[in-house]
Design a protein around this ligand. Structure first.
Ligand code: NAP
Length: 514
């Protein structure tokens, strides 16, 4: 597949620097000039004030694929100031102007989606086909919100007294901090930035340490699209600086709100930090998705759905199926089909043709998956396939795994594994499946397969999650509201609801009318 990268060398450029050339010229990947182009504040590509940098690694082989500024509080202060100054101008642009710049951004993202997907694969390890899919998905939010930004409406409400008029309008909240994870380095940014910008807010994007290069590309095209200086800012940082930067964004008096996607644990920290200033907060957090196969299910479709829902991005997807509940009459047949399919998955470097499963993103992720499987096995779980790291492929690969004989005290039963592991649980009745599925304090997505119409409505009604796939393993799209209940978060992204986090309602009473 690197042959393909070679053919695409002219296109594969980061801020004017040919990435591929640097990848093949070890060890100096970027020159100093390149480093000064990496973070983006107030319309300028800059390095960290401290001069510090950190390396971005390819999870498939550990090679350095980028070196970016390790920004800290001083840089973040500058970004907040720039975003605040820019807000006073940006909020007064017309919806049509904002929509047109968003549309231009979308056009540039589409034009460059191939190179974007390649960079995404390089830093996240995601198979190229999936990276392409993510870029198309991520771009769709920019298109969607370029259209929706012209649809922000208000109300004129009938007053109970003739001398008063009641006007209701939606206004942008101000500067927002967008903190995003590594598992969808493109889409998690556009799903927040596009509605925020469309509503008239200005943004400071803080991508994950593992995947800043995709963020840089996204911002590069935002700049080209014509967002004025300070409207879009990008602060890259290593994990060591992330906590303090997050705290500053949450607590700074010039920041109106935070939109975060990531773990529930970090979401709770941000929630507390935002409480002090009663900041607007959107949280897209972790899940523990049930995947239920009822007796009436079409088993081939259920197996297809299991594979796509579980193994996308090597299981590192917040809406990934985590616990598989199979009704007893179809258990054996489903398991036979599933094991056959899982054994045939092609695992390897995501940049290579035909690879379906890449590496995990970093060592903590690999250790977590190994710990969950070892814990289950030590408590009596049986391995049907997989069950160990695929060290012959590299340091971060883990075999696609199926476990049976799952018990309540196992980590795989209670927590999000965030890796390529299926845990099978046999059940007898619909009520039993629902009780176990709902016995968790998170509720992001859930899936079930059934051909019984009454059951479809009953179970949809009673599953305690924010999103449901019925006979479907892939549910996310720009048009539908994305988000969870319980400890899976607050607010909704995408859909017509996706702008609500970035606007507040202003009521104006015009009185003493004669
Ligand atoms: P994470 O550790 O919470 O990190 C997510 C982002 O938060 C990264 O940018 C990270 O930066 C930053 N961060 C970490 N600690 C922070 C702090 N104290 N203050 C401010 N920011 C902080 O999550 P992850 O392990 O990368 O991602 C996996 C989790 O995200 C899973 O639980 C998954 O379910 C969830 N997720 C949810 C959704 C959804 O839409 N609901 C989508 C994708 C993922 P660094 O990388 O620099 O640490």
């Amino acid at each position: 597949m690197f042959a393909t990268f070679r053919n695409l060398a002219p296109a594969l450029r980061l801020n004017g620097v040919n990435v591929l050339r640097h990848i093949h010229q070890k060890p100096a990947l970027y020159d100093a000039n390149m480093l000064q182009q990496q973070a983006f504040i107030n319309g300028e590509w800059i390095s960290a004030k401290s001069g510090k940098t950190f390396e971005v690694l390819n999870p498939a082989n550990g090679e350095v694929v980028g070196v970016v500024p390790d920004m800290d509080l001083e840089d973040t202060e500058a970004a907040i100031k720039a975003a605040c100054d820019a807000f006073h101008v940006w909020k007064d642009t017309t919806a049509k102007e904002r929509s047109q710049i968003l549309r231009e951004w979308y056009n540039l993202l589409v034009k460059n989606q191939k190179e974007m997907a390649e960079i995404l694969t390089l830093e996240s390890g995601k198979p190229l086909a999936e990276a392409n899919g993510e870029v198309v998905y991520g771009n769709s939010f920019v298109e969607w919100f370029s259209e929706l930004s012209r649809q922000i409406r208000g109300d004129i409400v009938q007053s109970s007294v003739p001398s008063k008029k009641i006007l209701v309008q939606h206004q942008p909240i101000g500067v927002v901090g967008l903190i995003t994870p590594w598992n969808f380095p493109h889409a998690m940014i556009t799903r927040k930035a596009a509605p925020a910008l469309g509503a008239g807010c200005t943004v400071i994007i803080k991508p994950a340490e593992d995947t800043p290069l995709t963020a840089i590309q996204i911002v590069k095209y935002a700049q080209e699209a014509g967002f004025p200086p300070g409207v879009v800012n990008l602060v890259t940082s290593s994990r060591a600086n992330t906590g303090p930067i997050g705290k500053l964004l949450c607590e700074h008096h010039l920041v109106a709100g935070i939109s975060f996607t990531g773990s529930t644990a970090v979401g709770k920290i941000l929630y507390k930090q935002c409480a002090q200033g009663v900041k607007r907060l959107a949280l897209e957090l972790g899940g523990n998705a049930p995947f239920i196969v009822f007796n009436s299910a079409n088993l081939d479709k259920a197996v297809d759905g299991s594979i796509t829902s579980k193994f996308r991005n090597c299981g590192q997807t917040c809406v990934s199926a985590n616990r598989f509940f199979i009704q007893e009459k179809v258990y054996d047949e489903y398991v036979n089909k599933l094991v056959h399919r899982v054994k045939s998955l092609k695992i390897g470097d995501g940049s290579q043709e035909g690879v379906q499963l890449g590496p995990l993103v970093n060592e903590p992720q690999l250790h977590k998956v190994a710990e969950f499987v070892n814990d289950a096995v030590s408590k009596g779980a049986k391995i049907l396939t997989g069950g160990k790291p695929a060290t012959h492929l590299g340091k971060l690969f883990y075999e696609p795994t199926i476990l049976t004989d799952i018990k309540e005290d196992m980590l795989v039963y209670n927590q999000e594994v965030f890796g390529p592991v299926i845990s099978l649980i046999k059940f007898k009745t619909e009520k039993e499946a629902l009780d176990i599925a709902n016995s968790t304090d998170v509720g992001l997505a859930g899936y079930f397969y059934s051909e019984d119409v009454s059951q479809i409505f009953r179970v949809s009604n009673n599953l305690e999650v924010g999103m449901i796939g019925v006979n479907e393993g892939i549910i996310s799209c720009a048009e539908a509201p994305f988000g969870g209940i319980k400890q899976s978060g607050l607010g909704r992204e995408g859909s017509h609801l996706g702008m609500e986090d970035f606007t507040y309602v202003k009521y104006t009473c015009i009185g003493n009318l004669s």
